[in-house]
Write a protein of this length. Structure first.
Ligand SMILES: CC(C)(COP(=O)(O)OP(=O)(O)OC[C@H]1O[C@@H](n2cnc3c(N)ncnc32)[C@H](O)[C@@H]1OP(=O)(O)O)[C@@H](O)C(=O)NCCC(=O)NCCS
Length: 213
C-alpha cells in the first residue's frame, strides 16, 4: 500500500540538509559543469582517502574519469554530490556514483568519497540513501562495492548494514540487497532507514525540508 503512494524518484531534485553545527549543505545530481570542482575536491583529499577510493596513491585523478563521473545518464549511471552552501573554498563536500553492470543489469557498482573533514557526520549514509532510492527507481536490486582489504571503515559500515562480503585478491566484493526489511538492526542500519524515509519524503513533498544529517 505504501508503495502505491510513492511518487517517481526525481534525479533532478535538490535536497537541503543541515549538519549538527549548522553547516548548510545541498545534495543534487552530478552534472558536467561540476568537473572542475570534483577535480579540485579530489586534490584536497588525504592520501589514504585517495587510496581507498582509487586503489592507488596518485595526486591527480585522470580527467577522463572525472568526465565520466560527472556525466550521469540517469539510466545506467547515476551520481550525486553534496555541496557547501556558503563556503566557496570547499569545492565539494562529498559524492557518490553508481554504475549498472553490463552483464548483470539488476546490479550496480557503487563508490563513495566524503572529504576528510566531513567524515563521520552521516554524509556517507545520506549518499547511500539517495543512491539506494535512485537505484531502486532504475530497477536495480543490489549495490556492490569493491573495497580494499585495509578499508576497515567501509567494510565495517556495510557489514553493519547487513552486506555480505566475498574475498578477492586485494579486496572484498561487498553486496547490499536493496530490501529494507533485510537491513540489520544496528545504528548504521537504523540511520540508513531514517535517511531512506527522509529522501522519500523529499521526493514526495517536492520542496525538501531541512533536516539534521
Ligand atoms: C567510507 C566513507 C564514504 C564513509 O563516509 P562517512 O560520511 O564517514 O559515513 P557516515 O558518517 O555516514 O558513517 C557511516 C558509518 O561508518 C562509521 N564510520 C565512519 N567513519 C568512521 C571512522 N573513521 N571510524 C569508525 N567508524 C566510522 C560511522 O560511525 C557510521 O556507523 P554508525 O552509523 O554505526 O555510527 C568515508 O570514510 C570515505 O570517503 N572514505 C574514503 C574513500 C572510501 O573509502 N570510499 C569507499 C570506497 S568505495
Amino acid at each position: 500500500m505504501a508503495e502505491a503512494l510513492r511518487v517517481a524518484f526525481d534525479p533532478h531534485c535538490e535536497l537541503h540538509t543541515v549538519l549538527e553545527d549548522g553547516t548548510r549543505l545541498l545534495m543534487r545530481s552530478l552534472r558536467p559543469a561540476d568537473e572542475e570542482a570534483v577535480a579540485e575536491a579530489f586534490r584536497h583529499l588525504s592520501p589514504d582517502a585517495i587510496y581507498f577510493r582509487f586503489w592507488s596513491r596518485f595526486r591527480e585523478v585522470n580527467p577522463r574519469l572525472i568526465e565520466q563521473i560527472c556525466s550521469p545518464d540517469q539510466k545506467d549511471h547515476a551520481g550525486w554530490v553534496i555541496l557547501h552552501e556558503s563556503r566557496t573554498d570547499i569545492p565539494c563536500v562529498a559524492g557518490a556514483s553508481l554504475w549498472r553492470m553490463k552483464d548483470e543489469p539488476e546490479v550496480a557498482e557503487v563508490s563513495f568519497t566524503v572529504a576528510d573533514e566531513f567524515q563521520e557526520r552521516g554524509l556517507g549514509t545520506l549518499l547511500l540513501a539517495v543512491l539506494w532510492e535512485h537505484a531502486a527507481a532504475l530497477g536495480i536490486q543490489k549495490l556492490v562495492g569493491h573495497v580494499l582489504r585495509e578499508n576497515i571503515v567501509m567494510r565495517a559500515w556495510w557489514s553493519a548494514l547487513g552486506a555480505t562480503e566475498v574475498s578477492g585478491q586485494r579486496h572484498y566484493v561487498t553486496t547490499l540487497l536493496l530490501d529494507e526489511t533485510l537491513l540489520e538492526s544496528t545504528s548504521a542500519g537504523d540511520r540508513l532507514r531514517q535517511k531512506l524515509a527522509w529522501v522519500r519524503t523529499c521526493m514526495n513533498e517536492g520542496a525538501p525540508p531541512d533536516t539534521r544529517a
